[in-house]
Design a protein around this ligand. Structure first.
Ligand code: KIV
Length: 274
């Protein structure tokens, strides 16, 4: 998948996007034919056990992007810019975006809306690095938007989202994530812009859908947002397997002969005699 192929999917078929943070999961998502794989900064919450996505930086994001890059053969690989790489230090945004492309093999970067999002988007996209926007519920600035809740629920804030989307397209974004936005506002935005919208908690009218993979696989138990559908319960499978392992080791049922190595009796005798 490349950028033009993703854009060409708009009005043809829905676009699929999932997050991945490591080699084995990325390999499976790629095999399943997912269009876009995002190394999201949700890494902070669902993999590293941190409270806020602002707690991960470039070293962690580059490390995990490299692991995912080794697995992905077909999907478009997008890396999330961590908070301090462009919001805390907007002057470093281009250098950091370039590192994702040159040093980690990402094909595009994603950044969340903040007061200087248009300037940063323009600086990065004008050098040819594809930028995916992210508006609505933007976890990196959750304190400024009133918490983890649906955005654009009144005419004024909905109009702000529509304007942000139009401006991001104008500054060169190739797609925009709409997070926790009323479905009818997502429909207005999706109709208004030519680039694809990828929804998460934004209803069925978006051009595509994204979920955090650990949420949809049942691998993250701490909290589950309303918009998450659990397609599998891998957490329960892991719990069952680990409990069974514990019981078999303590009960001396594992390892059995089939999982052990042998030595010929005559060789053993030589050792015992010595
Ligand atoms: O970090 C992330 O996982 C994301 C998705 C929710 C789009 O930004």
């Amino acid at each position: 998948m490349n950028i033009s192929e993703i854009i060409a999917l708009k009005n043809k078929r829905k676009i699929t996007m999932l997050t991945a943070y490591d080699y084995p999961i990325a390999e499976l998502l790629d095999k399943a034919g997912i269009d876009i794989i995002l190394v999201g900064d949700s890494l902070a919450n669902v993999v590293l056990g941190l409270d806020s996505t602002t707690e991960v930086g470039m070293p962690e994001m580059l490390h995990h992007t490299r692991a995912v890059r080794r697995a992905v053969k077909n999907a478009l690989l997008v890396a999330d810019m961590p908070f301090d790489s462009y919001q805390l230090n907007p002057d470093d945004c281009l250098k950091n975006a370039q590192e994702f492309i040159d040093q980690a093999g990402a094909q595009a970067i994603k950044l969340e809306w903040f007061e200087r999002a248009l300037e940063v988007t323009s600086r990065i996209s004008s050098t040819g690095i594809p930028v995916m926007g992210h508006i609505g519920l933007t976890p990196q600035t959750v304190d400024k938007i009133g918490g983890f809740k649906c955005q654009g629920k009144d005419a004024e804030s909905a109009n702000r989202l529509i304007e942000q989307a139009v401006n991001l397209e104008e500054k060169g974004c190739f797609a925009i994530v709409l997070e926790c936005v009323p479905d009818k506002i997502a429909r207005i935005i999706t109709k208004k812009i030519k680039i694809p919208t990828i929804g998460i908690g934004a209803g069925v009218h978006c051009d595509g859908q994204v979920l955090v993979v650990n949420d949809m696989l049942g691998l993250f138990q701490r909290y589950t947002p309303k918009f998450v559908k659990k397609y599998a319960d891998i957490g329960s499978l892991i719990l069952k397997a680990a409990t069974e392992f514990k019981e078999e080791v303590i009960g001396e049922k594992f390892p059995d002969a089939g999982h052990s190595f042998t030595i010929k009796e005559e060789e053993l005798k030589k050792i015992e005699e010595a």
